[in-house]
Design a protein around this ligand. Structure first.
Ligand code: NI
Length: 254
């Protein structure tokens, strides 16, 4: 399996990093993608990428919840630290209207600039969208390029999924721990989403799947999500694993 969204460089793993890594490998996680957030966590992520070369692949981008009064410097940091070949994606980028709308106009500007940056370099994007579906689509339409990537931690409706499929065909949806939650609206329509459109992810250390919901998440727990997805689709875990892994390899060029 490939964990397409792991913050394994996060401080949450300072104490037991090697154990966490070993458990991921033991659980069958063959590779992972590490999304960037902002300048503060960049060095930690790159150090991790060096240590785990050929296993954990970094992305670079300015996360919407890190867009504040210093957004120009933060965006410049992304441009300055980007090196061709060093990153498998631009991300995570997007809009978050749940935490704060104080810098919403700046969030949109930052998101669109990074979408264009990714397109110019033929890189996929990792999109973070929270309470912002319509605005995300507006930004994608304004940039107007044929982009590819993933709607990470997809939490939309079946209709939103269909809209992505129809208008933004280069995108997959990232499915993580949320699909294991009781009464998950996502779980209710997974039978209608082809595996070809799905990437598995954890968003570790957040969004922990059942049976560990509420505790720190880690990449090894991706198997609970894979198991649940397989059940919902009436497929074997092997097939679920094989197809979603293939999707990840293709999107991120791993
Ligand atoms: Ni994330």
């Amino acid at each position: 399996m490939i964990d397409t969204h792991s913050h394994i460089y996060d401080e949450a793993y300072d104490e037991d990093f090697n154990d966490v890594l070993q458990r991921a490998k033991d659980a069958g996680v063959g590779k992972m993608v590490m999304p960037g957030i902002d300048s503060k966590c960049h060095d930690r992520m790159m150090e991790c990428a060096r240590k785990l070369e050929g296993y954990a692949y970094p992305a670079i981008g300015l996360h919407p919840t890190s867009v504040d009064q210093s957004w120009r410097d933060e965006l410049q940091f992304v441009w300055d630290n980007y090196r061709p070949g060093d990153f498998v994606a631009i991300g995570e980028i997007g809009l978050d209207e749940y935490w704060s709308k104080d810098f919403l106009e700046e969030q949109k500007r930052v998101f669109e600039d990074q979408l264009t940056f990714a397109w110019e370099r033929d890189l996929p994007v990792i999109i973070h969208a929270r309470n912002a579906t319509e605005d995300i689509f507006d930004c994608l339409d304004r940039v107007g390029k044929t982009l590819r990537g993933v709607f990470h931690a997809f939490s939309g409706s079946y209709e939103t999924y269909c809209r992505i499929k129809k208008s933004y065909g280069g995108f997959k949806i990232g499915v993580g721990g949320v699909v294991t939650y009781k009464n998950s609206h996502l779980a209710a329509f997974m039978d209608k989403v082809p595996l070809e459109d799905i990437l598995l992810e954890t968003d570790a250390p957040w969004l922990t799947p059942v049976p560990f919901r509420g505790k720190r998440n880690e990449s090894a727990y991706i198997r609970y999500t894979a198991q649940k997805l397989a059940e919902l689709k009436g497929l074997s875990i092997e097939e679920t694993d094989a197809v979603t892994t293939d999707n990840a390899i293709k999107i991120f060029g791993l």
